[in-house]
Write a protein that binds this ligand. Structure first.
Ligand SMILES: O=P(O)(O)OC[C@H]1O[C@H](OP(=O)(O)OP(=O)(O)O)[C@H](O)[C@@H]1O
Ligand SMILES: Nc1nc2[nH]cnc2c(=O)[nH]1
Length: 181
């Protein structure tokens, strides 16, 4: 397995360097702050992929907020999406809260759509979403994110929280797999 991971990493194409992603996170935080600074939001980190984006955004958001997580996985450490598995639900009551969902990537949009629907069903007052990346998939999505860091091409990506077969979430940059083994 580790040989395969090494090969993927060696052949990958860097789409955004660490420096470029950090600059995009600065901009994303500025836009989120201007919109939500007086909303006392409940931030929902979409684990696993959203952990890095959430962890890097939080210290940039210098206003009152609380944090919880939600684990809805559609890819389950593989490179193709199927049905959503609900693996962890927030323990914080969502009733009346202004929720900000944070995830790494909006791809087909099914995960974000399902999480936003869940939040509304739980009585959230408003539901916002922020993604580090919005993938250009060439057709419409069931949901748009309110806050977007960077646009990316329609390729399978890893880094900044995104995995290749559960590995490479720790890669410091946004990389596209040249081939999927
Ligand atoms: O827009 P979609 O096509 O629904 O895909 C986006 C979702 O896919 C990834 O999660 P994944 O299911 O791989 O789980 P993970 O967070 O554990 O990596 C990513 O973190 C998003 O949550
Ligand atoms: N790791 C990873 N997860 C995804 N989930 C949806 N699209 C992607 C992607 O390109 N890479």
């Amino acid at each position: 397995m580790l040989d395969e991971i090494k090969q993927i990493e060696q052949n990958a194409i860097c789409l955004y360097t660490e420096q470029e992603v950090e600059a995009a996170l600065d901009d994303l935080a500025t836009v989120i702050t201007s919109k939500l600074h007086d909303q006392n939001p409940l931030v929902l980190c979409v684990i696993n992929g959203g952990i890095v984006t959430t962890g890097k955004l939080l210290p940039r958001l210098k206003f009152p907020l609380t944090l919880d997580s939600i684990y809805a996985s559609r890819y389950c450490n593989s490179t193709a999406g199927t049905d959503i598995q609900w693996l962890y639900l927030p323990t914080t009551p969502l009733t009346g809260r202004n929720v900000l969902i944070i995830d790494d990537i909006l791809d087909e949009g099914h995960t974000l759509q399902a999480i936003a629907a869940y939040c509304r069903q739980q009585g959230a007052n408003t539901v916002y979403s922020a993604v580090l990346l919005d993938k250009n998939i060439g057709h419409s999505k069931p949901i748009q994110a309110d806050f977007i860091g960077l646009e990316v091409a329609n390729l399978y990506l890893f880094g900044y929280g995104m995995d290749y077969k559960a590995y490479l979430r720790n890669a410091a940059g946004i990389y596209a797999c040249k081939e999927i083994l």
